[in-house]
Design a protein around this ligand. Structure first.
Ligand code: MN
Length: 164
């Protein structure tokens, strides 16, 4: 008898919890999300898109309402992206080390921790580490269509990387 009452109370409270949690779930998109450091697995930069050793630590994804996504990209000395363009542009924030970036047809520029680089829509470029220093930057891109933030092109040759 007592057990039955308890079970009844539990089922009532479970039902109450359901009715409470459902509106909360519907409003979930309006709540802050904290993605804890270390929660997301690092990705090795594919040789299809990068030369040398590159690690991508995802920071945050785009969603239906907020179209930018961010990641932290670490290039070992000498490593760099292939040439590419961003259909909706890109912001790079260098967080450590010394690196290089270049627009097609222009000189290589050195970039250092604290520098912010704005890559306009459709400008062909690459970015990576300096020959003697690793470099990490945060990359923020908006999506033109779901999942589409970059159009990859040919590798940066050693001659191009060395500014020859
Ligand atoms: Mn880029």
């Amino acid at each position: 008898m007592k057990k039955a009452v308890l079970a009844g109370l539990l089922s009532v409270s479970a039902a109450a919890a359901m009715t409470v949690s459902q509106p909360a779930a519907a409003e979930n998109a309006r709540e802050q999300v904290i993605i804890r450091s270390g929660e997301q697995a690092a990705i090795k930069g594919s040789p299809t898109y990068f030369t040398g050793s590159v690690r991508i630590d995802p920071l945050y994804p785009a969603n239906n309402e907020m179209r930018s996504s961010g990641g932290s990209v670490t290039f070992e000395p000498g490593a760099r992206s292939h040439w590419h363009i961003h259909p909706v542009g890109q912001v790079l924030i260098v967080t450590s080390g010394v690196g290089r970036t270049q627009e097609w047809g222009k000189p290589i520029q050195e970039i250092r921790a604290g520098d912010v680089i704005i890559c306009p829509v459709g400008v062909k470029h690459w970015h990576g580490a300096a020959p003697g220093s690793a470099m990490t930057h945060i990359s923020i891109c908006e999506e033109k269509e779901p999942g589409k933030v970059v159009e990859w092109m040919e590798p940066v040759t050693d001659e191009q990387y060395n500014g020859k």
